[in-house]
Design a protein around this ligand. Structure first.
Ligand SMILES: [Zn+2]
Ligand SMILES: [Zn+2]
Length: 208
């Protein structure tokens, strides 16, 4: 069964939200539902997804998590986040959502992950890579040839490190950790364009 990937931009930050499912539609997951709206619901319904296995959160910023509660209420899915960003699901100060005053961030994580953890999905493993620097509990998820890089690695650059919990040097070592992965991956970042790890190895000044 091949894996199929769809994406949509959500929230005022135009955050990339991803839907991955196998061709038989037995397993499905969503990465970073920054908002729950009709477009997200339509993406699931159009692809005949009735139930999610996971909602994977790359980190706890509001533009990546605010749709989590409604999405899991409507489609299920274990909520997965790194233990150091879990507080963002409960506390608006940490998710930076205070100015947006939305109550829907409040939810409970089902799985708290750490570096190297593996989650079974569609006869494969999702591997968790802890990549702090943008936030303390930022992670990337590896699944087959896909790398969901959150706000750690973007096409040609890296994420901001000036938010609470961020640290520039740590972010650079996280980018280097990704660069050192063997082989090539399609990189699906939290914002802007998709890229590949090989392209970033050669062209991204923060990956040198
Ligand atoms: Zn962020
Ligand atoms: Zn973001």
């Amino acid at each position: 069964m091949a894996l199929i990937l769809k994406s949509i931009k959500l929230s005022c930050m135009q955050t990339n939200c991803y839907l991955v499912f196998d061709s038989e539609k037995k397993n499905a997951l969503v990465v970073d539902p920054g908002e729950y709206n009709q477009a997200l619901e339509n993406m699931l319904k159009e692809n005949k997804i009735e139930k999610l296995d996971y909602i994977l959160l790359t980190h706890g910023h509001f533009d990546h998590i605010l749709g989590t509660k409604k999405l899991s209420d409507n489609f299920g899915g274990k909520i997965v986040i790194h233990k150091d960003d879990e507080i963002c699901l409960r506390d608006k100060t940490y998710s930076l959502s205070s100015p947006y005053a939305s109550g829907e961030a409040v939810c409970k994580a089902d799985i708290l992950v750490a570096d190297g953890d593996k989650l079974p999905f569609a006869s494969r493993d999702i591997t968790v890579i802890h990549t702090p620097g943008h936030t303390k509990g930022g992670v990337c998820y590896l699944l087959e040839n896909m790398l969901f890089s959150g706000d750690t690695l973007f096409k040609g650059t890296v994420g901001r490190s000036d938010f609470p919990g961020g640290d520039y040097k740590t972010l650079l070592s996280s980018a280097a950790k990704l660069t050192r992965l063997e082989g090539n991956y399609n990189v699906y970042p939290g914002h802007e364009d998709f890229t590949t790890l090989e392209e970033e190895r050669w062209s991204n000044p923060y990956c040198q």
